[in-house]
Ligand binder design. Structure first.
Ligand code: AMP
Length: 305
């Protein structure tokens, strides 16, 4: 596997070593600490393209000043082993200076240079809780797509709003890459695999799986065929029946639950059943670790129905 640290090296690889009239490039953007969720994106790219390039870059501009940028796990050597075992063609692991030549202070007012903002779909849900987050994501993905120029880029359903923001960006800015959504990979208890799961003790990891139990139960209700119309409240009641005990025990604090149209994330008041895969129930929940109550991690999850 080629390992590149500069944009110039990647550009030279894709222009001098690949005949783009015959071969396609698939791209997977990651922040490293790779797990089976990343693996499924990479495997899809490997299956569908002649070449696959993966990036590992913990992008400072998508972290708020009080978020976990310094704590975010970095495991480059193990990640390289995993990518090599999958036969990935190239890894792009740039430095912060390479990606942000003017530096990247976390306070937006101090930042300098070009940034990409996707108005509308960036503003609710994750965007409301994490101001600047999607501006950081859209900016780094623009940089990465311009450097790698892939035919197809793969993103996980786990970050469903990210996918909606990026498809809007690619459409509106005429970026010549197709974006594809890859389903969530979960552990045996249903928790979406995440690099942030590492912050929890085993007991809290087990409890965190109830986030998905609530969502899954709502999707089962919707897909059961027993209702023609389900109101938002009925769906929320079903979800909270799984979460309420954990809210009461201070394990969970709900940031948001959204029941929205997948195309633009507009909230809906009722769901007409059977659904067509055009609705997404998504949530963010703060989970407090039982061993170390100072560790509070915000987990996101969703189901498409
Ligand atoms: P990250 O390294 O967290 O920035 O994630 C890189 C890519 O992997 C994003 O497109 C994520 O949506 C995707 N991803 C992360 N976790 C999962 C998962 N459990 N299932 C599917 N995709 C995932």
């Amino acid at each position: 596997m080629k390992v590149f640290h500069t944009a110039k090296e990647v550009v030279s690889w894709r222009t001098n070593e690949i005949d783009r009239s015959k071969a396609t490039i698939g791209f997977v953007a990651t922040m490293g600490c790779l797990h089976d969720g990343h693996r499924s994106l990479i495997e899809k790219s490997l299956t569908e393209n002649d070449y696959t390039i993966v990036s590992i870059f913990v992008n400072p501009s998508q972290f708020g000043p009080t978020e976990d940028l310094d704590k975010y796990p970095r495991t480059l050597q193990e990640d390289i082993k995993m990518l090599e075992s999958l036969n990935v063609d190239a890894l792009f692991a740039p430095s912060v200076d390479e990606m942000y030549p003017q530096g990247i202070p976390l306070q937006v007012e101090k930042q300098r240079g070009a940034f990409v903002t996707v108005l509308g779909v960036s503003e609710m849900l994750e965007g409301a809780s994490r101001p600047g987050f999607f501006r950081g994501v859209a900016t780094v993905v623009t940089k990465l797509l311009n450097i790698t120029m892939p035919d197809v880029a793969y993103f996980g359903q786990k970050d469903i709003q990210q996918f909606v923001v990026l498809t809007t960006m690619v459409r509106d800015l005429f970026v010549n890459t197709t974006l594809k959504l890859v389903p969530i990979v979960r552990n045996e208890s249903g928790l979406a695999l995440s690099s942030r799961n590492k912050y929890f003790c085993d007991e809290s990891l087990q409890l965190a799986a109830n986030i998905y139990r609530g969502l899954r139960s709502a999707s089962e209700l919707i897909e059961s065929g027993t209702h023609k119309i389900l109101t938002r409240q009925t769906i929320l009641d079903r979800i909270y029946s799984y979460w309420n005990p954990l809210i009461a025990s201070n394990d969970f604090k709900v940031d948001y639950v959204s029941i929205a149209r997948l195309s633009d994330l507009q909230e809906i008041d009722q769901i007409a059943c059977p659904t067509l895969g055009d609705t997404v129930i998504s949530c963010a929940v703060f989970v407090t670790d039982r061993e170390d109550p100072n560790t509070v991690v915000r987990l996101i999850n969703n189901v498409i129905v």
